[in-house]
Design a protein around this ligand. Structure first.
Ligand code: BG6
Length: 469
């Protein structure tokens, strides 16, 4: 029998998994507290696509067994999801747990392991308890950081015997952007100074959780901890000095502000200088900076969907206005760019190669994995064939293009150990709700029936062959 040769073969033990999060899948069943999105939906349903909120989501709280079985059926070997702070903890100040939630997360973790799926557990996926925002200003407060550490310690203690891969935050930069700059996370503020302080506080929170993790039994038994960053490279419009400078600021503010402290333990000097000169630099103490210095990540997760493109400002920033990072750049819409029209995001697979090489050359070639990549498409029901299969060929093409660039970077020495798609099963996308679907597996919202899409069969083959042709 002819042996099929695999053109793009990946390293041994490469993860072929997928990522999701607690607040986007579980539904609010039995949850005793609300996070900022739960609360936003309670007070302003119309802010969510078709008025659909997180109350049921993809019903994972009730159907986790069947869902995990489907994930195993399509060959996934690892899953990132998150433990909701608002579910696990009954009393935020003492970290007293809700016993029902402990049972639930134990069952989920055990079920994953039973199905040979490695659990990768994230501690924060945009789901700050709203009470902690109302009472303390959320991530603006160092007390909230202390409470987050208590929650994290509880997670390590309860689940660290089986969970060996932990994540402190998913896309902390998106918290800064959504809550404090561009109004897409409750409470939708526009406050550059607070944004900068929160950016710092989130770095500190991540480092403090890592410090706590190092003391845990899990770490002593070989467990590891990392952070997931959305590294969306910033390409300048042209090589003209002004454009290059604009893109360099975008890199400093949106990428390096988390990447440098996470991997190197230090903030980027050029960023610190600019923020200081503008009078918006964060407040920090030497002790905190030492904590950041001494508690860097074991591995990195990179979410990549779209590039950023920047150009110099057309009109100078009005200094009467409050500080915003946009003082230093304008977004650039490159003519002829390829778009995903549903999400409004540019498709540029080559960026994954650039990210991988950047990590290799400037970040100690740290061990990293693609923690999210994916394509959200509206109206996928239109692609169902006569046999009921959603033929999401565009998604397969999207992944193969990205994986081809990733493969090239790995060949050239980048230390990437896995690829997680966003997402295993269609899930709730914040204010876009169920508009754009990302999953390998479809959800019918009316019946909660879940069916494997063509891309689900595709990934099964890729995982089996550890590559594709
Ligand atoms: C990532 C997030 O930014 O992108 C996910 O980690 C999110 O939570 C995903 O769902 C897709 O983006 P969106 O906005 O279409 O849901």
């Amino acid at each position: 029998m002819a042996v099929l040769s695999i053109k793009y073969k990946f390293p041994e033990n490469f993860w072929w998994g997928a990522a999701t999060s607690g607040p986007q899948t579980e539904g609010r069943f039995n949850k005793k507290h609300a996070n900022v999105f739960d609360h936003w939906f309670d007070i302003e349903k119309e802010a969510f696509f078709n008025g659909i909120g997180p109350n049921v989501a993809s019903n994972f709280y009730n159907s986790y067994k069947e869902d995990i079985k489907l994930m195993a059926d399509i060959g996934l070997d690892s899953l990132r999801t998150s433990i909701q702070w608002t579910r696990l903890i009954k009393d935020f100040e003492t970290a007293e747990v809700d016993e029902e939630a402990v049972v639930f997360y134990n069952r989920v973790i055990d079920e994953l392991i039973k199905n040979k799926i490695i659990p990768v557990i994230n501690l924060q996926h945009f789901d700050l308890p709203v009470e902690l925002y109302d009472k303390y200003g959320g991530w603006e407060s160092k007390h909230v950081i202390a409470l987050f550490v208590l929650f994290a310690e509880k997670c390590f203690e309860l689940f660290g015997d089986r969970v060996k891969n932990w994540i402190t935050f998913n896309e902390p930069m998106v918290i800064v952007e959504g809550q404090y700059l561009y109004q897409f996370h409750y409470p939708n503020l526009v406050d550059g100074k607070k944004a900068v302080q929160v950016l710092y506080n989130l770095n500190l929170a991540s480092a403090k959780v890592i410090a706590a993790f190092k003391q845990s039994k899990c770490a002593k038994q070989g467990g590891e901890i990392g952070v997931v960053l959305n590294l969306t490279p910033a390409y300048p419009r042209s090589q003209a000095d002004e454009d290059v400078k604009a893109a360099a600021f975008v890199e400093d503010f949106f990428n390096k502000s988390f990447l440098d402290p996470a991997v190197k333990g230090e903030f980027t000097p050029s960023l610190v200088q600019t923020l200081q000169a503008d009078g918006v630099l964060w407040e920090s103490t030497p002790e905190e900076l030492m904590i950041i210095k001494n508690n860097t990540i074991d591995f990195l997760g990179v979410n990549y969907y779209q590039p950023r493109r920047a150009k110099s400002k057309e009109v100078a920033w009005d200094i009467e206005k409050s500080w915003m990072p946009n003082k230093y750049f304008d977004d650039y819409e490159m003519p002829g760019r390829r778009m995903n029209p549903y999400r409004g995001w540019e498709i540029y697979p080559q960026a994954l190669y650039d990210i991988a090489i950047n990590i290799r050359d400037y970040y100690n070639n740290i061990r990293w994995y693609v923690s999210e990549n994916g394509m959200g498409v509206e109206g996928e029901e239109n692609y169902r064939n006569a046999d009921g299969l959603i033929e999401d060929i565009y998604r397969i093409d999207f992944y193969e293009e990205h994986l081809t660039y990733l493969h090239k970077a790995i060949q050239e020495g980048s230390n990437c150990f896995g690829f997680h798609a966003w997402t295993p099963i269609d899930c709730w996308s914040w204010s876009n709700a169920y508009k754009n679907r990302y999953g390998y597996i479809a959800v019918d919202l009316a019946t909660q029936i879940k069916t494997i899409k063509k891309s689900g069969y595709w990934i099964k083959n890729v995982a089996k062959n550890n590559g594709f042709s």
